[in-house]
Structure formats: C-alpha cells, structure tokens
Design a protein around this ligand. Structure first.
Ligand code: FPP
Length: 253
C-alpha cells in the first residue's frame, strides 16, 4: 500500500504504460463494510456509490476507454424490498448528481441488462442521460443493471438465429449481438472483497481478460486502489494462448 503522497507518482506511472482499454468491476462487499461498523447494509451501498464516483473519475482521468460496473444482478432484485428500494434510490440519485460531471467530461453513459425491470423513475433518468451523453467521445461508463450473463448469451443466440442460418452463426456473429457490442475487448475484470468468483458477469467477454481479485471491500476501493490494480495489470504478460517467446517477439525454438 502506498502512502498518500505517492498517489501522484502512482498515477504518473500508470499513465506512462499501456492501459487496459476496457475494465469491468464486480463491486462487492458493501454489506460487509456496513456490518463491520454496526451500520445498516444500506450505509454500505451509500458509501459504495461514492466509490463509483471516485473510480469512474479516476478511470477517465488516466485514460481507460471503457469501464463496466456490475451494479445489480437479476438475483440482487430478490433481496429484501427495503434494500432493493434503497439501491434504486441511490441509482436515481447518482444519475441526477453525476449528470453534470458525465457531460462535462465527455463520458458516454450506457446500461446493459434487463432494464425493463427497473422502476420507472430510475429507467426514465437512465434513458435520458444515456440519450443525452450518446454523442460523447470520452470514456464509456456502462452500468450493468438487473444483469444476467447467461441471459445475455441466450438473447444473443436468439437474435443471431433470427437473422442467420444455423451454419452461419459463428463467434463473431454471436459477439455482435451481445449487449456490450461496440465496446473494446474486455482486458481486465476486477472483483473486490476477497471473493474469487465471476458470478455470471460478462461470461463471454471474460474469455481472455486478466482477472484481479482484491481484498478491499468496495466502499474502500477508491482512486488509489484502482491505480494499484491497473499497475498490477501492466506488470502481467498476456499470451492469448501463444508462448511467452512469441508474444515478446522472440524466435520460438
Ligand atoms: C455488492 O455488495 C454490491 C451490490 C449488490 C450493489 C452495488 C451498488 C452500489 C455500489 C451503489 C449503487 C450503484 C451505483 C451505480 C450508483 P453486497 O451488498 O453483496 O456486499 P456483501 O457481499 O458484503 O453483503
């Protein structure tokens, strides 16, 4: 862990090396953060919203092209009604309070998942901000809401089957039907809170992504923690099935 004064140096180091173009984060540990403090779980989600702001801002500042955040799974919707209500309120609040920041920084907001399951008040704000920011050319911030990775694949298969003969449905055809079509290939998938699972998030897109599992609970994951995980990524060798010698450009014996 770096000292507070080192964050500028860390940022400069990260900026100087190739960045992951597309980073996805499973934001986990809000409940445990709150419980450890004797607070209601909702307090953890509130603090987690502050992490969303901080991490999105930092990702944009260093030059990540696409940030995809797992904000809500379909299964999360089965949590106690008061918790789901609080999450929806935080989301609506976020869409309101971040509107200026998103527009001023050229961020394009997008959402993936079964958006029809969101309450009307959230859906209308989400649709409005996605539409307003559509022409922005900075980082794409995608919120996965009421998201289900297997359902994304099933939907992609159904859509491909409507326009193609079975023999013509290949990987590229399926990929073109994913909710993430048009985003850069996923380079880095991060999960906070020490859990080591993908939990049905971006199943297809994970194919060659680097995985980073960090112990930090999401409400404590801020600028520094993002920079650390980016620096760790930059130290890895990605081989995409080739040998180390091949990717380093050496002659493979
Ligand atoms: C997982 O922690 C987190 C969630 C299910 C919700 C994530 C929501 C936010 C970060 C805030 C609102 C989102 C936005 C985009 C403003 P958990 O509750 O499963 O934690 P636990 O595993 O410790 O119980």
């Amino acid at each position: 862990m770096t000292a507070p004064s080192d964050i500028e140096a860390l940022r400069a180091r990260v900026r100087a090396r190739p960045l992951p173009r597309h980073v996805a984060i499973i934001m986990d540990g809000n409940g445990r953060w709150a419980e450890a403090r004797g607070l209601p779980r909702v307090a953890g989600h509130r603090e987690g919203s502050a992490s969303v702001r901080a991490v999105a801002r930092e990702a944009r500042a260093v030059g990540v092209e696409a940030l995809t955040l797992y904000a809500l799974s379909v299964q999360n919707l089965a949590r106690p009604p008061h918790e789901v209500r609080a999450l929806m309120e935080l989301l609506a609040e976020f869409l309101e309070s971040e509107r200026r920041e998103i527009m001023d920084n050229g961020i394009r907001l997008a959402a993936i998942g079964d958006l029809d399951r969101l309450p009307g008040a959230v859906r209308s704000r989400l649709d409005a901000l996605c539409a307003e920011s559509r022409g922005n050319r900075g980082m794409v911030l995608t919120l996965a809401l009421s998201y289900d990775g297997r359902e994304e694949l099933a939907q992609a298969a159904r859509r491909a089957a409507r326009r193609l003969a079975p023999g013509d449905i290949d990987a590229a055809a399926l990929e073109a039907e994913l909710w993430t079509a048009g985003l850069p290939e996923l380079d880095l998938m991060v999960r906070t809170s020490g859990e080591r699972r993908i939990s049905n998030f971006l199943l297809w897109q994970c194919a060659y992504a680097e995985l980073a599992f960090v112990e930090t609970l999401w409400p404590d994951f801020r600028e520094r923690e993002l920079l650390e995980v980016l620096a760790d990524f930059q130290g890895r060798e990605r081989r995409f099935g080739l040998t180390g010698a091949q990717v380093r450009g050496a002659v493979d014996p």
